[in-house]
Design a protein around this ligand. Structure first.
Ligand code: BDP
Length: 723
């Protein structure tokens, strides 16, 4: 009896553990659980009875595997693959060159002009039977089309009259991992680096494959696997072999590997005395090094470089400019088809001018002097991934140099992994901003997709939020930002709402009411975090070094533009950074209509007010409130929104599996606590200048200012090793 009970308990706990494992978020948005809506399920089962993929390349094989797994899971029964079309209900997948069946269909018209990665999903007649077809000119297009098709099922779309034609808006859609070789992740809040360097190349963690699947499913086609604060060791044979093993895993998924290049590598690992980009020996060293990399990784994508920025070595160490540095590397990779992504995130120690102006001042004069295979990678805003920033003035200002957007997906300045912040609305806000570079309608998106200046190279980068945490991103909702990054870089015209709907449908629910509740939590979340951290254009007032929590009082750092007081400039009179003509005049870097708008107090949107203006505490806002009160109300509104998010989430208890429900619930509680902390710490501090009461309706700070100032977080995650 006892033995039986023992086995019963054992089996029971095993089953429970399987169940729990299934809801830990590991499967991301590729869950493929059986469709619960029986009507939908029946229609899908009737429409898809078998599938064919002709051809046997690795990419077609993974497309077939995904289709097999996806259909079986979603439809709740295995859907066989067949060799011929003898009935309706066959899903035909492939390219005209890999599939004679597809070649025999009259798809030329539809496929014409479609890039290799694009795809069509259509219905046509094959062998006299109405057949659904996923077709592309390139095999990766087939894979992307397959994921798209599965997504239609996952989100319960009508597939009867399908007519999809899709192609990416930009060529390079790239994750930037700030992963170190010791597996720490700079500004990573989801555990350690996925790359198990020590065991590579021999041990291939199955997670690498799931990582590649997830990226392919949203069209991400490149990954920079090492940190921008680069280590030259990655360019040594032992590490290149490891990187090559990753590249081998990623290749079938259309995911290229890129590396960060440490500019001083010729000295550090090459034994040269200089890394001067104009020195022929240095040029040769890089050329040889690149040739060597290509022997390991034949389709190596190229380099991402952070140079002469925050202490990183660069061409300026030798009196050369950024273009000379970038061009040397560009020449080395050119014959292999590689590219160089050269970052514009620079600000010089010697220049006492407004940090917001420095990237523009340094790069604008170099427009037109970069090689054709260089993209300059520009952060979305001119400071540094703050909760909200106006778009970077470089966008639109370099017509002869392809500019690549850099977003930060990891939430370094946005509550890190415990705050639910859906970033798509912010990405969308930046992409849709009008630069006026060529008159009205010259949006940042049009700069980035190349249409405004006819760029031949186009790209978007996102600093990854991915790590070894079982759910990949720390917060279950962090997955939505990875997802949204991929979707938006594929189609910059997609709305953040539409992307949220897809993601919710694939991860949590397609049930209308619950979907609506989750969607509204997501869509309000970015505004909420801006409100409780940096409302009305405030920026860079976070804790020093780790960037966790509030630190508006920070004033002792090794450089003034790392402090908070440099940015908020609060004094007895008022608050804000005057970037108009009477101040740093950073506003002049924008095209005149934008500069005028931001300079003019009547026209400057409230959300950028203190970014561009220093205003009196009793400045009358459009709302009729005085500035001080308005600031306080915004902080309170941020806290209130988080409380609403908590209520919304709690109402979903019966709609969401217990494990993810509780996880998110606990994180929302942390978020609420920290939102209150931000509000209280910032209001207490700014009140010492404003000398005005906390207005009616705003909760009083819970602790004294001294208490907030005394908080220390020496072990906050994601800190740069040297800090
Ligand atoms: C800052 C991060 C720092 C990065 C830097 C960069 O705090 O860790 O190295 O950006 O983008 O926001 O290079």
């Amino acid at each position: 009896m006892r033995i039986r009970l023992f086995y019963f308990v054992l089996i029971f706990s095993f089953l429970v553990s399987i169940h729990l494992q299934a809801e830990d978020g590991y499967r991301l948005w590729l869950r493929y659980d059986e469709i619960k809506d029986t009507q939908k399920l029946d229609t899908y089962r009737a429409s898809i009875t078998s599938w064919i993929i002709e051809g046997s390349s690795p990419t077609l094989k993974v497309a077939g595997d995904e289709l097999n797994m996806g259909l079986k899971g979603l439809l709740g029964e295995p859907i066989p693959s067949v060799n011929t079309i003898e009935e309706e209900g066959v899903l035909l997948v492939g390219t005209p060159s890999s599939s004679p069946l597809i070649a025999s269909l009259n798809l030329d018209e539809q496929l014409r002009g479609l890039p290799e990665e694009g795809f069509i999903i259509t219905r046509t007649s094959a062998n006299g039977h109405s057949t659904m077809v996923i077709a592309a000119n390139g095999e990766v297009g087939v894979l992307y089309g397959t994921y798209h098709f599965l997504k239609l099922l996952q989100t319960h779309q009508d597939i009867d009259k399908l007519s999809v034609k899709s192609a990416p808006d930009v060529q390079h859609r790239i994750l930037n991992h700030w992963d170190n070789l010791d597996r720490t992740v700079e500004r990573g809040y989801a555990g350690f680096s996925l790359w198990d360097w020590h065991k590579l190349p021999d041990f291939i963690d199955p997670r690498y494959i799931d990582y590649a699947r997830a990226n392919a499913s949203v069209g991400i086609n490149g990954t920079v696997i090492t940190s921008v604060n680069a280590n030259a060791l990655i360019l040594t044979p032992a590490y290149m072999e490891k990187a090559a093993a990753l590249a081998d895993v990623f290749r079938p998924y259309g995911l290229k590997v890129y590396l960060t290049a440490r500019f001083s590598a010729p000295v550090e690992i090459g034994g040269l005395e200089t890394a001067d980009p104009l020195d022929p020996a240095v040029q040769k060293w890089w050329k040889d090094k690149v040739d060597e990399i290509y022997t390991y990784i034949p389709d190596f994508g190229g380099f991402l470089v952070k140079a002469n920025s925050e202490g990183q070595p660069g061409p300026q160490d030798y009196g050369r400019n950024h273009a000379e540095g970038a061009n040397m590397l560009a020449d080395a990779v050119a014959e292999h088809g590689g590219i160089v992504m050269w970052r514009a995130f620079v600000y010089s120690e010697e220049v006492p001018d407004d940090r917001a102006k420095q990237a523009y001042d340094e790069f604008k004069p170099l427009d037109g002097s970069f090689r054709d295979n260089v993209m300059v990678q520009v952060k979305n805003g001119a400071i540094d991934f703050q909760p909200r920033e106006p778009f970077h003035p470089l966008f639109g200002a370099m017509p002869q140099t392809p500019l690549m957007m850099e977003f930060q997906i990891t939430q370094e300045y946005l509550g890190q992994a415990t705050h639910l912040v859906y970033l798509a609305p912010f990405f969308e806000e930046v992409l849709q901003a009008d630069t006026y570079a060529q008159g009205e309608g010259s949006t940042v998106a049009k700069v980035i997709d190349g249409s405004l200046h006819n760029y031949q190279l186009t790209g978007v980068a996102g600093v990854a939020n991915i790590g070894t945490d079982r759910n990949w991103t720390g917060h279950h909702f962090g997955q939505a930002n990875w997802y949204a990054f991929g979707r938006l870089t594929w189609d910059m015209g997609l709305s953040s709402e539409a992307i949220a709907e897809e993601w919710i449908g694939m991860t949590f629910t397609n049930e209308e009411g619950a979907m609506k509740t989750i969607k509204s939590m997501m869509l309000n979340s970015h505004e909420a975090v801006v409100n409780y951290m940096t409302p009305l254009g405030l920026h860079h007032i976070m804790g020093p070094g780790h960037h966790y929590g509030p630190g508006p009082w920070v004033k002792e750092m090794s450089r003034p533009d790392w402090t908070s007081v440099y940015y908020h400039r609060a004094d007895e009179e008022g608050i804000g950074f005057d970037r108009t003509a009477s101040g740093s005049n950073a506003v002049a870097q924008y095209f005149p209509p934008v500069a005028e708008k931001f300079s003019n107090l009547q026209q400057c949107p409230d959300k950028y007010l203190l970014w561009f203006h220093h205003l009196d505490w009793d400045y009358k806002m459009k709302s009729d409130q005085i500035l001080w009160d308005e600031i306080a109300y915004h902080y309170q509104a941020g806290v209130d929104t988080v409380r609403q998010m908590q209520e919304s989430w709690n109402s979903l208890e019966s709609e969401v599996d217990e494990e993810r429900f509780k996880h998110v619930q606990a994180f929302l509680e942390i978020q609420k606590k920290e939102a209150v902390w931000w509000k209280d710490a910032c209001l207490s501090y700014f009140q010492t200048f404003s000398d005005r009461p906390i207005p009616e309706g705003v909760e009083k700070p819970e602790q004294s200012l001294e208490y907030y100032q005394s908080q220390r977080f020496p072990f906050a995650p994601g800190i740069r090793p040297r800090w």
